[in-house]
Design a protein around this ligand. Sequence first.
Ligand code: 8YV
Length: 315
Amino acid sequence: MSKIDVLSVANLPPFLMEPLRAGYALHERTHVTDPTAFAVAAPRIRAIAANGESKIGADLLAQLPALELISVMGVGYDGIDVAAAKARGVTVTHTPGVLNDDVADLAFGLMLAVARTLPTADRFVRDGKWPDGPLPLARKVSGGRLGIVGMGRIGQAIALRGAAFGMAIAYTARSAKADVPHRYLPTPQALAAESDFLVVIVPGGAATRKLIDASVLKALGPNGYLINVARGSVVDETALIEALQKGEIAGAGLDVFENEPRVPEALRALPNVVLTPHVGSATGQTRKAMADLAFANLQAHCAGRPLPTPVPECR
Ligand code: 8YV
């Protein structure tokens, strides 16, 4: 039997690429790198292997008449036009659950790094400045007020860690969650006004675009820190830079940006930010688990078995 044709649209890790190459006729980003080969294969392509940053719009879908599945290695799928996919009968899967711990860990890593000025402290030691005097005092994290924007699986993992840090936890979401014991506030503004650390962990996409705007940052205030481990699109980056420059908020820990991998020079120049290159799930253990789940979705689809983790819109 001939192998099923799959198009990969992202730079996926070897532990996903290897089984894809072994089990499928894999077309590696040929839609970008080799349009002639892509045009020949396109009518046969039945699945796409993507990641959380992939952009798949109606234009690409229209070129793939045999497409049945888009398997995203990532929990976020805001780059996929799910409505257009569904309209063509294409199912979308993602990899929820397996990355909750890592993303929650990174949220705390950023919180501790920015509040306890860890990058500055590290540079202080390396640059031999310790003998000349102490570092300025930092900001305590334990016991602070933690506001979580988005109370899904990762938000709950962040809350669990916050509880271990003795923090007073509150959250905002579209509606209060019956199974969450923490205080619910109806808007990001109301939550920010009562938070020392505001952690953003909502899905990206049109519904949350610039949810964290100048008014939320103003409410967070000069002693408040913003932590974003969600999507860059959720924060108004221009408003954030202005708030940081003017001291309207104390600092920010950011793993995601509006225009990745480009990070504005104005943001990179600020002393009161800690910046990481979208590494929320980037441990060997978690990326392997995500790859396995993305592959399991593809395998299940091709074998006609129920899909382990379709996106909610495709359930
Ligand atoms: C990665 C992510 O960017 O899961 C997500 O939504 O943002 C990430 O874990 C990526 O998808 C890894 O393949």
